[in-house]
Write a protein of this length. Structure first.
Length: 249
């Protein structure tokens, strides 16, 4: 079968099934799994699907509204938010970027917390309204309605004017080999600016974000200090991350 025909088959089946394994595709097309891995890599690099561990899934660029996404995997995000609280201390300067996991973290912050929060995440504003001891700094820039965030050159420049103790970084994809990646250059640029200005970087990744790769590189795994996930640190899926010099929570 021609490569182009295989591509068509994979993409058509993904529309129906949402996620496919290398083994299943190879069996249907009567080719090797290595051939399918190469096909998936090409389709992924062209932004037509997302690679996941053992196969591929339908690529969806923010298919839900921000409000809808805040309810998706809500329990998993709450687990991450609870785990993150141990790193948040009085007197810190903290970067928090976009995403609904950071919204969950902000919702659980102690009412008497005294800290400086710097963010491009506009959704944090109403959550922080009752935290009288938090100095909330909103980074300017171009507004992304779908993600409720600001981005662009102005956002990155302003982020670089601060020195933060901690960066609570939302993620799209975290892989033990490829590191952290994102699905949009603008979001990635903001993350890089915050990483560069932070003393410690914590990646927030629910189980669906693990073993995924997206087209735009954020950083290598060794740039991170900690990965906070909803899985137990000794879960079998986390074993491949333990080779890196970082903490798994």
């Amino acid at each position: 079968m021609l490569k182009e025909n295989r591509f068509d088959f994979i993409l058509n089946e993904l529309k129906k099934k949402k996620q496919l394994t290398y083994e299943w595709i190879a069996g249907k097309l009567d080719v090797s799994e290595d051939t399918i891995r190469r096909d998936i890599e090409i389709l992924h690099k062209n932004g037509l699907l997302s690679k996941v561990r053992g196969g591929a899934m339908l690529r969806a660029r923010n298919p839900l509204t921000f409000q809808d996404r805040s309810h998706y995997l809500k329990k998993e995000k709450e687990v991450i938010a609870l785990k993150a609280q141990q790193f948040i201390k009085n007197g810190q300067t903290i970067f928090m970027d976009g995403g609904t996991t950071n919204l969950a973290i902000a919702s659980l912050m102690p009412a008497d917390l005294s800290a400086r929060i710097i963010t491009n995440n506009q959704a944090l504003v109403p959550v922080m309204a009752e935290h009288k001891n938090i100095e909330l700094i909103i980074l300017g820039g171009q507004y992304n309605h779908a993600g409720a965030t600001t981005y662009g050159l102005a956002t990155c420049k302003q982020a670089g004017e601060y020195i933060a103790d901690l960066f609570l970084m939302g993620t799209c994809a975290v892989d033990p080999v490829a590191g952290v990646s994102g699905d949009g250059q603008q979001d990635v640029d903001v993350k890089r600016a915050m990483i560069a200005a932070s003393g410690s970087v914590l990646a927030l990744a629910n189980h669906e974000r693990l073993f995924r790769k997206e087209p735009f590189k954020v950083c290598e795994l060794n740039v991170l200090d900690t990965i906070i996930t909803d899985l137990p640190s000794d879960h079998k899926d986390m074993h491949e991350f333990h080779h890196a010099d970082l903490q798994i929570i």
